[in-house]
Design a protein around this ligand. Structure first.
Ligand code: 6PG
Length: 251
């Protein structure tokens, strides 16, 4: 049974997602004194990050215990309008007075992106205190979005990155975007304790229905590969995005 949590509209969805972020952060910090979270890029999560930074929420998390990572990044500098880091920094991080070592940015602007991807895998391992050659570390939370083509992070349809089983981070050229991306791979994403995919808007409804209710077709719909064997995957959606789903999915 899929765990699909429907909110009335995009604002209610963002509030519900911010609430889950806070609850998961507090649980992780209480249990392990830290919260290791990979943020999603794109447009949808911006409002979630703004809500986390808002006075009504920001004091509910001990931000000194949070370490921020990203699920993927575009091949642009951190101050570029397309930067996933830049979006989160403006909406949330800049308001939190964090120590530099709490922020693990993907340096996707580097000309040698293969090296940058490898270095990010090493940085993740170092932050978790494990070997970069070992099994992927376990994020407390990985936030993801869903593209209308079924991609998540920068794991796009019909790309070799979907079949990566060894590396935790890869750089690849995405032909449909005519752009390079650096992305976490499914081995590390599916190791997470908690995965939340945030999906808003009617334009996502046909894709969400195919991903959740259609026949398995992961090359065409990579988000179907989200399947954490030991973690929990929940889809946080608004009513517009859920518009084509059979009701039994919706909690
Ligand atoms: C990115 C994201 C990507 C995003 C989806 C949905 O870098 O763009 O990682 O996977 O989550 O494309 O994007 P929207 O939230 O803008 O619809």
């Amino acid at each position: 049974m899929r765990d699909v949590r429907v909110s009335a509209d995009a604002e209610a969805l963002s509030r519900a997602a911010a609430r889950e972020f806070i609850d998961l952060a507090r649980q992780a910090i209480a249990a392990r004194r830290r919260f290791m979270v990979a943020l999603a890029g794109g447009a949808t999560p911006r409002r979630i990050y703004e809500l986390l930074a808002a006075p009504e929420h920001r004091h509910q998390v001990d931000w000194t215990r949070v370490e921020f990572f990203w699920g993927d990044e575009r091949a642009v500098p951190p101050d570029h309008p397309d930067s996933n880091y830049g979006m989160a920094a403006a909406a949330l991080l800049a308001t939190l007075d964090l120590r530099p070592e709490q922020i693990h940015r993907i340096q996707a602007e580097r000309p040698d992106r293969e090296r940058a991807a490898r270095d990010y895998q090493i940085e993740i391992a170092r932050a978790f205190g494990v070997s970069p050659e070992g099994p992927p570390p376990v994020f407390d939370l990985i936030l993801l979005g869903l593209g209308t083509d079924g991609h998540t992070a920068s794991l796009f349809p019909y790309t070799d990155a979907l079949r990566e089983r060894r590396r935790h981070v890869v750089s690849h050229y995405v032909a449909k975007l005519q752009a390079e991306r650096i992305t976490l791979t499914f081995p590390i994403i599916n190791r997470a304790s908690e995965i939340r995919v945030v999906v808003a808007g009617a334009e996502k409804a046909p894709t969400l229905k195919e991903v959740l209710e259609g026949p398995p077709d992961p090359e065409r719909l990579p988000s179907q590969l989200l399947d954490p064997p030991a973690g929990r995957l929940a889809w946080l959606v608004d009513r517009a995005a859920a518009g084509e789903l059979a009701l039994e999915h919706c909690r």
